[in-house]
Design a protein around this ligand. Structure first.
Ligand code: GTP
Length: 441
C-alpha cells in the first residue's frame, strides 16, 4: 500500500512545491534588499560633479558668481524605482507590476536665472510748479497778438463794413494769403464766406463776426484725433510706455517742445524718460537734461556723435524696463534737403520699433517760416509717418494762418501750439478757441 504509485506522486508534488516556495522567497528577499536605503547607501556611490549624473554629454555649469556648495540630491538614485539597482541573472526584464512602488515626488525645478532688476523710474519730483494744461490756449490768447491784428482784425474790419464789392472781397483774399492760409484754403474760405453772408442776409458787424468765426473754425476741423498718444498701454498684459518721437528741422523748437511736453505729462502724474537722440549738437542733450531736471524726469543720452538710433533705442529700453508711462525722444534736427540725413530719421523709427511700437511722431514746425515750414512738412511725411504737428513760435508771427494750410496739406492734425519760450507756453490746439483768440479785440 505504501508502495502505491499515488503515494510517490504526492511526495514528488510536495517536494516540487516546497522548492518553488523557497526559490520565490529568495527572489523576493533579494528585491527587498535592493530597496533598503541604509544598506544601498553603502554600495551606491554618491553622485559626483555637483549632483549631476551625466547622460552622455559634457556637463557644463554657468560661470560667474555661483559658488554654493554642492548639495546632497534630495531624491537619491537608490530611491528611484526606475533605476533600482543593476539587473541580475534571473531578474525579470521589467520591474514586476506588484513590486513596491514609490509615490511621485515633487522635484523643485531651478528658478530661471534672473536678470538684475532694473532700477525703478524716478518719481516725478518737479522742482518747480507747472501751470495746468487745461485752458492754456485761452490763457495764452494774448500771445497771438500779431496774427490777431493782421488777420483777425483786418478781416473783421472788411466784413463788418456791410455789403462787400469785388475790391473788398479781393482785400479779404489778400489778407488770408498774407496770413499764410495758402491759395486753396483761401479760395475755399472766401467762397463759403460769400455764400453764408448772402444766405443769412448779414447786416451787422456782430453777425459778420459770427459767420467768420464759424467758417474759420470749420475749416480747421478734422476727424483726426488731436490727443497726443503719450499714455501707457498694455501689450499681452504687460505695461508699455507710450513712445513719442519729436522730429523737425534745426531750430524749430524740438528740444523746447520735448521739455514742455514732459512738463505737461509730469503735471498730470505721468512718469517720463527723455531720450536725447539729437547727438549732433552736444548742447541739445544738455538742454534736454536741464528740462528733465526741472520736472524730475530721467534722461538717456549718448556720447556726442553717437548713433541717434542707438540712443533712441536705449531710451525706449530704459523706459520700458523702468515701467514709465512715456518715453519722449528728441531726434536729431537735420536739414530736410539732405536725403541721407532724413533717412536717418527713418532708421531711428525702425530701430526703436524693434522693441516697441512708436505711438506718436510729432513734427515740429516753426510758424514764422511760413511756406518753408510747409515744404519741410512734406519731406518729413515722406520719410516718416507723421501723426501730429506742433506749430511753434505762433507768438512771434502774424502768419497764424499756416495752421490751416499745414493741416489741409498733410492731412495730419495740428495737436499742439508753442506760444512762447516759457516752460509752460505749450497749448493744445483747439480750433474754436484758436479762432476766437484770433478774432478777439
Ligand atoms: N517765441 C518762441 N520761441 C520758441 C518757441 N519754441 C521754441 N522757441 C525757441 O526757439 C529756439 C530753438 O529752440 P530749440 O528747442 O533749441 O530748437 P531745436 O529744434 O531743438 O533746435 P536744434 O537742437 O538746433 O535742432 C529756442 O530759443 C527756443 O526758446 C515758441 O513757441 N515761441
Amino acid at each position: 500500500m505504501s508502495s502505491s504509485p499515488w503515494f510517490w506522486i504526492v511526495v514528488v508534488a510536495v517536494v516540487v512545491l516546497v522548492a518553488v516556495l523557497v526559490a520565490g522567497l529568495l527572489i523576493a528577499r533579494r528585491r527587498r534588499i535592493s530597496l533598503d536605503e541604509s544598506k544601498a547607501a553603502d554600495v551606491v556611490e554618491k553622485p559626483k560633479g555637483g549632483g549631476y549624473t551625466a547622460t552622455g554629454g559634457i556637463a557644463l555649469a554657468p560661470g560667474g558668481e555661483k559658488t554654493e556648495e554642492a548639495e546632497e540630491p534630495e531624491h537619491p538614485v537608490e530611491d528611484r524605482p526606475e533605476t533600482d539597482g543593476q539587473p541580475a541573472v534571473g531578474d525579470d526584464a521589467a520591474v514586476p507590476r506588484d513590486s513596491a512602488q514609490r509615490t511621485v515626488r515633487d522635484v523643485e525645478l531651478p528658478e530661471p536665472a534672473e536678470e538684475a532688476a532694473p532700477e525703478p523710474a524716478p518719481e516725478p519730483a518737479p522742482a518747480e510748479e507747472i501751470a495746468p494744461a487745461t485752458g492754456r490756449l485761452e490763457r495764452l490768447r494774448g500771445r497771438l497778438g500779431k496774427s490777431r491784428s493782421v488777420f483777425g482784425q483786418s478781416l473783421l474790419g472788411l466784413l463788418g463794413a456791410g455789403d462787400l464789392d469785388e475790391d473788398s472781397w479781393q482785400d479779404v483774399e489778400d489778407t488770408l494769403l498774407m496770413a499764410d492760409l495758402g491759395a486753396a484754403t483761401t479760395t475755399e474760405i472766401v467762397e463759403r464766406l460769400r455764400d453764408e453772408l448772402k444766405r443769412r442776409a448779414v447786416r451787422t458787424s456782430e453777425e459778420a463776426r459770427a459767420v467768420l468765426q464759424e467758417v474759420l473754425t470749420s475749416a480747421l476741423s478734422t476727424d483726426a484725433v488731436r490727443a497726443v498718444r503719450a499714455l501707457p498701454h498694455t501689450v499681452d498684459g504687460v505695461k508699455q510706455p507710450a513712445v513719442v518721437l519729436i522730429a523737425g528741422v534745426n531750430g524749430t523748437g524740438k528740444t523746447t517742445t520735448t521739455g514742455k511736453l514732459a512738463r505737461v505729462l509730469v503735471a498730470q502724474g505721468s512718469t517720463v524718460v527723455l531720450g536725447a537722440a539729437d547727438t549732433f549738437r552736444a548742447a541739445a542733450a544738455d538742454q534736454l537734461q536741464t528740462w528733465a531736471e526741472r520736472v524730475g524726469a530721467e534722461v538717456v543720452r549718448g556720447k556726442e556723435g553717437a548713433d541717434p538710433a542707438a540712443v533712441a533705442f536705449d531710451a525706449v529700453k530704459r523706459g520700458t524696463e523702468a515701467g514709465v508711462d512715456a518715453v519722449l525722444v528728441d531726434t536729431a534736427g537735420r536739414l530736410h534737403t539732405k536725403t541721407g540725413l532724413m533717412d536717418e530719421l527713418g532708421k531711428v523709427k525702425r530701430v526703436v520699433e524693434k522693441q516697441a511700437k512708436v505711438d506718436e511722431v510729432l513734427l515740429v514746425l516753426d510758424a514764422t517760416t511760413g511756406q518753408n515750414g510747409l515744404m519741410q512738412a512734406r519731406v518729413f511725411s515722406e520719410v516718416i509717418d507723421v501723426t501730429g504737428i506742433v506749430l511753434t513760435k505762433l507768438d512771434g508771427t502774424a502768419k497764424g494762418g499756416i495752421v490751416f494750410q499745414v493741416q489741409r496739406e498733410l492731412g495730419v492734425p495740428v495737436k499742439l501750439v508753442g506760444l512762447g519760450e516759457g516752460p509752460d507756453d505749450l497749448a493744445p490746439f483747439e480750433p474754436g478757441a484758436f479762432v476766437e483768440a484770433l478774432l478777439s479785440s
